[in-house]
Design a protein around this ligand. Structure first.
Ligand SMILES: Nc1ncnc2c1ncn2[C@@H]1O[C@H](COP(=O)(O)OP(=O)(O)O)[C@@H](O)[C@H]1O
Ligand SMILES: [Mg+2]
Length: 335
């Protein structure tokens, strides 16, 4: 039977853009709509999903990896049935896992993950090897950014590194903390448009979340926003994204395109069947990601990359010529 569990890695270039709140509230919304959901706190050095939910973990993923506790013992189940695997914070040592430890972590998580409809991995910010490997293990990569230029620049760097070294060429993007609709169109141009044009990766806007002081209040009260203020603007926006994720899962199940849950399968470069496009080869390892220059989104002039074959012509499921370019509004695809 084709895989049914949709694993989603929640990522950002810059920290503090709202990943953990988005993860948790997306999970709650999915759970409320009848899906079974596992949240994995994958921010192994600065975990805080437990803080946002208001519980103190008995143990963490690290205890499981060390063989001190079983995964069932560490698993937290909240009143709605949402399952959460907490991680440790502030202990430093386990913040970064090498490839072997990541493999062990994924192998440990897989049997539990496969019992759920969705697995949401709340990852740390940035481009560490741990983040890159865990991101690659998921079927969907969801990048959270805010409209701030620094967040956009870092998100672009993330797309570039994951695209080049890990051959990921489809991303879902959430623009969080939006105060003005104009910010959305600017972010579309600067991030989604630039990624398509210069990196040949398809970044699709799955949703936007308004700035909402009630979210900050929920954080302070250590109660998830969807519980505290289910009808407030940010909660409504997050619920809309959850609905799209559900549609995406249904579509991927129907097409049989959900990749095996939490596996670090080797990905071929997107242009493998076609003549070389300048992208890295399949032999590229995680190490080479560190070498990939995480440059800023090009301001005006097309880079050397822009001479490549357009992404639309080499991405599966994307019709040639129909994909948005440059400053045009990205056509929503995939659900
Ligand atoms: N939509 C929003 N409206 C208002 N404040 C927000 C919003 N999203 C995030 N924040 C603020 O950003 C802070 C950081 O969010 P968090 O989810 O912990 O980010 P990350 O996991 O990316 O580090 C929150 O505590 C909150 O104060
Ligand atoms: Mg976080």
């Amino acid at each position: 039977m084709p895989a049914q569990t949709l694993s989603v890695a929640i990522l950002s270039g810059k920290g503090g853009v709202g990943k953990s709140n988005v993860t948790l509230n997306l999970a709650l919304s999915l759970q409320q709509s009848g899906a079974s959901v596992l949240v994995v706190d994958g921010d192994l050095g600065l975990a805080n999903v437990d803080v946002l939910m208001g519980f103190t973990p008995d143990g963490t993923i690290w205890d499981v990896l060390q063989g001190r506790m079983t995964i069932d013992r560490v698993l937290h189940t909240d009143a709605s049935g949402l399952h959460v695997l907490p991680a440790a914070s502030g202990t430093g040592q386990q913040a970064q896992l090498d490839s072997k430890s990541c493999q062990l972590l994924l192998k440990t998580l897989r049997p539990l993950a496969e019992r759920h409809d969705f697995v949401l991995l709340d990852l740390g910010a940035g481009l560490s090897e741990t983040v890159r490997l865990l991101a690659r293990s998921a079927a969907v990569q969801l990048v959270v950014t805010t409209p701030e230029p620094t967040a956009i620049t870092d998100a672009y760097a993330l797309l570039k590194v994951l695209g080049k070294a890990h051959h990921l060429d489809h991303f879902q993007v959430v623009i969080n903390n939006v105060q003005d609709p104009e910010e959305v169109s600017l972010t579309r141009t600067r991030l989604l448009g630039a990624a398509r044009k210069f990196l040949q990766v398809e970044a699709r806007l799955i949703g936007t979340i308004r700035h909402d002081p009630l979210l900050q209040e929920a954080v302070c009260k250590r109660t998830p926003l969807l519980r505290l203020y289910p009808d407030c603007p940010a909660a409504t926006d997050i619920a809309a994204i959850a609905k799209k994720l559900k549609s995406l899962r249904r579509k991927m199940i129907a097409e049989g395109t959900i990749s095996p849950c939490l596996s670090l399968r080797t990905r071929k470069p997107a242009g493998a069947a076609a003549p070389a496009t300048g992208a890295s080869t399949a032999k590229t390892t995680a190490t080479s990601a560190a070498k990939a220059t995480a440059q800023k989104p090009p301001a005006q002039k097309p880079s050397a990359d822009s001479g490549r074959k357009p992404a639309a012509t080499r991405m599966s499921g994307t019709k040639s010529g129909t994909a948005p370019r440059g400053t045009a509004s990205p056509k929503k695809q995939g659900f």
